[in-house]
Design a protein around this ligand. Structure first.
Ligand code: PLP
Length: 637
């Protein structure tokens, strides 16, 4: 486990058990030993074709743990409750979950259910997100906020006002100045008194990828001049009491509490100014930014980590708001945060299989007929071969590498000229590999082929070089014998993972079985990508028409050392992904069936044989549309 730094990024939810498997602690530090869930057992149960009503889910597989989600929400709430209490802050914290981080129905419904005891709400950034937030919040706390962010047109604003009519605690946050006229007009027409927030563009800026949202040139929010104009217009419209919330967002993954305190302090000053100008201020909404420790380093120097935990984050926010408000004699506002990454990252694990590995196994030297090989070489290549042999005997390693490269190159040229057989070309690879191995210069890094699309399941790795912890979920009691990079199923050279946490360019891995397949545990080798519960599912695309993973929802069960599968959904079929690109699988099937009919008809077989041949073709085609696009590895046939 130290090899993969599991105790660093995994705590308090993931550890390694005595069987060498990843063990999930669904209740974090409160998990009792008998409540731990062996991830390998979950995966085996899910993929076994005999289980789950004959479904036998295919890989890749996302395993969700709602208990972890609950623990994250409660931990965030307790961190703020503690900060509020210990600092004598005179208002409470009430968070919202930004649904864009993971809009999965179960995830959002769970968050609303788990958070209803402490007024947890939702944040939406588009019309469909608003619709889903509205319907989910009908079952949540009455006080839970429904924060409407994002670019808004008249339809969006009308919908948000409908939400207000439905007694949902809706706040329309102005991201652009022009939205104000629409809000004033539409709310008058609909006879609803809106609650308005405004998003301020802070001067505080954070460096790194996620910092581009912040600072004066950031994409979103109102400049100081615009804020002043909005206040004026609301005053003229006798609606200044409607302005109740100040929103800002420094950027995701805020690296340090120093930067956080700086940003929150600036926002608190704006809040106090809005109070002074007569707005009906109640809430300060700190946006997202609460970071995740992806590499376990707990360091603000690392791109994959942050230098604080939940408690330090909450205490910093509360302290910064309190300090400014006390100095200005302003009533403490309700503190809200839109923490997405911090709530959902841990709750899901992406499991995928390594199906083969390339060792670039060249021809064995013993099977090369050296005499005939040398005879066919041209003079230059033959000289290289002799020099290589002599250098090897003398043990001159650098010279060996030089002549081996030269020999290979000359043989390729000879092959291109048509003067060397393909067997000779294969033999030269075998000879050079033998020499490399003998002098310890062979490349030890292998390529492991994984049943996955990086573009679909880990898009942030491809798009913004974001690293996630990836580890085998079993065999962790055995020292991995090799190192490897991971290559996915897409026919795209970007579809590989060759950067790992800790600045590594390869991952320690176990040898796959001799048949090129898996190792141990029935020949399978399973890897897990952890902390990917936020953003990855929604951002993933359909490159090569690989669709989303199968999904399994696993809760801790009442019986010891056991778990309950509460939902199992196979990933999209080939027909589903084709439909997403406007193809019509039913018509495609008809076209292909017709072609099959023609083919069978033109065959000179007996009538009954024709019928059988057609039925077989048609059923195989139908099956192909229904199958998932990934490699089938759990089939019994
Ligand atoms: N709120 C807003 C306005 C955002 O833009 C974002 C993400 O960038 C979030 C909340 C969620 O941020 P995080 O996932 O860092 O908590």
């Amino acid at each position: 486990s130290a090899l993969y730094c599991i105790d660093g990024w995994g705590a308090p939810y993931f550890t390694v058990n005595s069987s060498g498997d990843i063990s999930v602690k669904p209740h974090g530090t409160d998990t009792l030993p008998h409540q731990e869930i062996d991830l390998l057992k979950v995966v085996k149960k899910a993929s076994d074709p005999k289980n789950l009503g004959g479904l036998g889910l295919q890989f890749p597989l996302v395993v969700r743990f709602p208990d972890i989600l609950k623990n994250r929400l409660e931990s965030l709430q307790s961190a703020f409750d503690y900060a509020v209490q210990s600092q004598g802050y005179e208002a409470h914290y009430q968070g919202v979950y930004p649904v864009k981080c993971n809009q999965d129905r179960f995830v959002v419904e769970d968050i609303v259910k788990f958070g209803s005891g402490f007024r947890f709400g939702l944040e939406a950034g588009s019309k469909p997100e608003l619709l889903l937030a509205m319907s989910c919040l009908c079952k949540g706390s009455r006080e839970g906020l429904l924060v409407c962010n994002g670019f808004k047109d008249a339809e969006y604003i009308s919908l948000a006002l409908v939400a207000r009519k439905l007694m949902l605690n809706t706040v329309i946050v102005l991201e652009q100045e022009e939205e104000l006229d629409l809000v004033i007009d539409i709310s008058r027409k609909m006879a609803v008194r809106p609650v308005i927030g405004l998003r301020a563009k802070l001067r505080t800026k954070h460096s790194g990828h996620f910092g581009s949202t912040s600072g004066e040139k950031g994409k979103f929010g109102l400049t100081t001049t615009q804020v002043v104009r909005v206040v004026k217009k609301l005053e003229e419209s006798e609606m200044l009491d409607c302005l109740q919330l100040l929103h800002f967002h420094i950027g995701s993954q805020i690296p340090s509490t120093a930067l956080l305190a700086d940003g929150v302090g600036e926002a608190a000053q704006i809040y106090c100014e809005l109070v002074r100008l007569g707005a009906g201020m109640k809430y300060i909404d700190c946006g997202g930014g609460l970071g995740i420790d992806y590499d376990g380093s707990k360091s603000c120097e690392s791109d994959c980590s942050v230098g604080y935990g939940l408690q330090e984050y909450a205490s910093t926010v509360v302290q910064a708001v309190r300090f400014v408000c006390d100095r200005k004699n302003v009533k403490h506002p309700v503190i809200c945060s839109e923490s997405g990454r911090a709530i959902v990252s841990h709750h899901s694990v992406l499991i995928f299989e390594a199906v083969s590995s390339t060792t670039t196994r060249s021809q064995e030297l013993s099977s090369v007929d050296l005499q005939s090989f040398v005879e066919k070489l041209n003079d230059d290549a033959r000289a290289d071969y002799r020099n290589l042999s002599a250098a090897a005997i003398r043990g001159e390693y650098d010279t060996c590498v030089l002549y081996a490269d030269q020999l290979k190159q000359r043989c390729v040229e000879q092959f291109k000229d048509g003067d060397l057989d393909i067997e000779q070309l294969a033999a030269v690879d075998g000879i050079c590999d033998f020499v490399s191995k003998a002098i310890g210069a062979s490349d030890p890094v292998r390529t492991y082929h994984v049943n996955l699309s990086i573009f679909t399941s880990i898009p942030d790795f491809w798009a913004i070089d974001q690293l996630f912890p990836i580890v085998p979920i079993h065999k962790l009691d055995e020292r991995p014998g090799v190192r490897g990079i991971l290559s996915d199923l897409t026919c795209d050279s970007d579809g590989k993972i060759d950067k790992f946490i800790g600045g590594e360019s390869s991952l320690p891995l176990h040898e796959l079985g001799s048949n090129g397949g898996g190792c141990g545990d029935g020949g399978k080798y399973y890897l897990g990508m952890f902390l990917g519960g936020a953003y990855e599912e929604a951002l993933g695309g359909l490159h090569n028409l690989f669709g989303g993973p199968s999904v399994l929802r696993v809760s801790q069960s009442d019986s010891p050392h056991s778990f309950a599968v509460t939902c199992a959904v196979p990933g999209p079929s080939c027909a589903d992904v084709l439909r997403a690109m406007q193809h019509e699988p039913e018509l495609m099937f008809e076209t292909l069936k017709h072609r099959a009919e023609e083919f069978v008809h033109n065959n000179d077989e007996q009538e009954e044989d024709k019928e059988l041949a057609f039925a077989t073709l048609a059923s195989s085609l139908a099956q192909s549309f229904n199958n998932m696009p990934y490699l089938v590895t759990n089939s019994s046939c």
